[in-house]
Write a protein that binds this ligand. Structure first.
Ligand SMILES: [Zn+2]
Length: 370
């Protein structure tokens, strides 16, 4: 395998790991949180602002970019890095999750999925080979195998979705032609340990450069999520990064890292910002609230982000009520800063060997406020 995707573990603390994942667009220091840029843009902030926030990896959505503006157009314009002016690592998902959650009239068969676009109703078909072809046109550093996510409490459906995911992962490996992209497999199996174990064993036998844990945060309880993560952690190779898809509340980052997860992504910080909400290390605040009308202090006086260093809560509330775009931008900068700086602090605590204490202190503040 191409050694440009080596993963080195710099420090361990319990099951938590601090690592370095090498990619063609730079090293990723893990554990990390990846902001989501669904449409090849992290909503309401510029790439320059993302760099000031020290964002390293961003995620873009294959399904959306395939439908609009089209992956071939993006390839002709130099690929996703050039198109969106982001020269650091990018991850694209396989398109599977959006096909199953957004598209109309989808029909799944052993070969792939046929569906209608949620934008204009046109008919499309994505197979494992097509998903890889689209992701090769987009040109992200990390690409994902096309998978099917089961429903949390149905063993038979989970087993079928897992078997299909395995067959499709092998087809993705065979379809892949670019050596400058790392293909991650996705472990399925719902909340069922025996399925998760089979899935981990099948996919690790493919010797992929990284593994995602899929099919979580889809309706199961928090305890079921955590016990699944604990089991999967024991079956995955130590020297490959583990990616928990679509998870990103501060609490989830802490509990995920405690169970050996290295990479997270979530729309939460950017979506909450557009709904007037600020994330802090002790919970959420709604900046549209009347109590901020003449509040001189920032969102969080202990936060060192651009927003909190320069703007009062009263000003942000004014921007929200006046429907000014800057309101969403300032809240996005703050929310991303909170998650990215939390991950930085988590990594430091792992390296310094006191992550358990850090996590216990964090949870004490988090629970007392919520
Ligand atoms: Zn802030």
């Amino acid at each position: 395998m191409d050694n440009r995707f080596n993963y080195e573990i710099a420090a361990r603390d319990g099951r938590a790991r601090a690592g370095i994942f090498h990619t063609p667009h730079g090293d990723l220091l893990t554990p990390l949180f990846a902001p989501v840029g669904t449409q090849a843009t992290v909503k309401s902030v510029t790439p320059a602002q993302l760099k000031e926030l020290h964002a390293s990896l961003i995620l873009a959505n294959t399904y959306h970019l395939y439908l609009r503006p089209g992956d071939e157009l993006i390839a002709n314009l130099g690929g996703l890095h050039t198109f969106m002016h982001w020269d650091r690592p990018i991850l694209t998902d396989s398109g599977g999750f959006q096909v199953f959650s957004l598209a109309d009239n989808r029909k799944i068969d052993p070969d792939g999925v046929t569906f209608k676009s949620h934008i204009d109703g046109s008919t499309h078909r994505i197979t494992p080979e097509k998903s890889i072809a689209i992701q090769e046109n987009l040109g992200a550093d990390i690409i994902m195998a096309f998978d099917e996510c089961g429903s949390p409490y149905d063993f038979a459906k989970n087993e079928a979705a897992m078997e299909r995911t395995h067959a499709w992962a092998t087809r993705c490996v065979n379809a892949k032609t670019r050596s400058d992209q790392a293909l991650f497999g996705i472990i399925q199996g719902g909340i069922y340990p025996q399925l998760r174990q089979r899935s981990a064993e099948y996919l690790t036998a493919l010797d992929l450069p990284g593994y995602a844990i899929g099919g979580l945060s889809v309706g199961e309880t928090k305890n079921e999520t955590l016990s699944t993560l604990e089991l999967v952690d024991t079956w995955l190779p130590e020297d490959k990064p583990r990616y928990l898809m679509g998870v990103g509340s501060p609490e989830d980052l802490i509990t995920g890292v405690q169970r050996g997860v290295d990479i997270f992504d979530c729309v939460l910080p950017t979506r909450l910002a557009r709904h007037h909400a600020a994330i802090t290390r002790t919970g959420r605040l709604n900046l549209a609230n009347a109590k901020y009308k003449s509040e001189k202090s920032p969102i969080d006086a202990s936060c060192a982000c651009y927003t909190c260093m320069n703007f009062s809560s009263a000003y942000i509330r004014h921007l929200i009520l006046a429907q000014e775009i800057l309101g969403a931008t300032l809240l996005t900068i703050h929310n991303l800063y909170v998650l990215l700086s939390l991950m930085y602090d988590i990594r430091q605590a792992i390296i310094e060997g006191h992550f358990d204490q850090f996590a216990a202190d964090f949870m004490k503040h988090w629970e007392s406020a919520s």
